[in-house]
Design a protein around this ligand. Sequence first.
Ligand code: SF4
Ligand code: SF4
Length: 222
Amino acid sequence: MIITEQKEFQEILHSLEGHESVFLIGCGICATTWGTGGEKETREMAARLTEAGKECSGWIVTEEATCDARTTRRSLKRNKEQVEPADALLVLSCGAGVQTVASLVEDIPTYPALNTLFLARIQNLSVCDERCRLCGACILAETAAICPVTLCPKGLMNGPCGGYEDGKCEVDRERDCAWVAIYERMEALGQREQFMVIHEPKDWREDRHPGFINKRAEKALG
Ligand code: SF4
Ligand code: SF4
């Protein structure tokens, strides 16, 4: 899940300076689950903006993820009577969702209400932890399904480094050393010999940005 946090209200107001009428768009998937841009938060944001002197022409929460242009296009079309009078759109989703809305509504400026933080495992509705840095060449098959690229602050491909102590990381003693965790899991799975495998340096050319995929074109090329 993509983790987001709400921006300071003053920053949002600053973005909206010079705009009188705002239409708000929340995200039906990640920001709803994480409580940053679901129905409750979008409604509350609309109320705060109204209190701050803005006119809210309306709000929606997209039926799916806001970054899904197919369903967001549909949601915006269905609400076009409220979208069109607005002179600004405020999106409570990750940055991909904000840009999806901006690409669908080219004639109204679009602004983010959230900061996009990381890709995480949700432990419960108040605790999540980053689990993947989207490196483009997953090595979890070799690391007992624990990601050192994300969980080791040095991103070591062969660890642990000399600084770990009592299973904790030298960079942050509150956190478990990723490589100790990998070793312990391998041992528990009866795969300890895998720990002796030396991993090649990571090929960061696989970490391509901006990412782009066209499955149909790839299929046509065979
Ligand atoms: S190895 Fe790369 S793709 Fe796999 S979990 Fe780690 S960062 Fe994500
Ligand atoms: S102690 Fe472990 S997690 Fe921390 S930097 Fe060293 S190898 Fe990485």
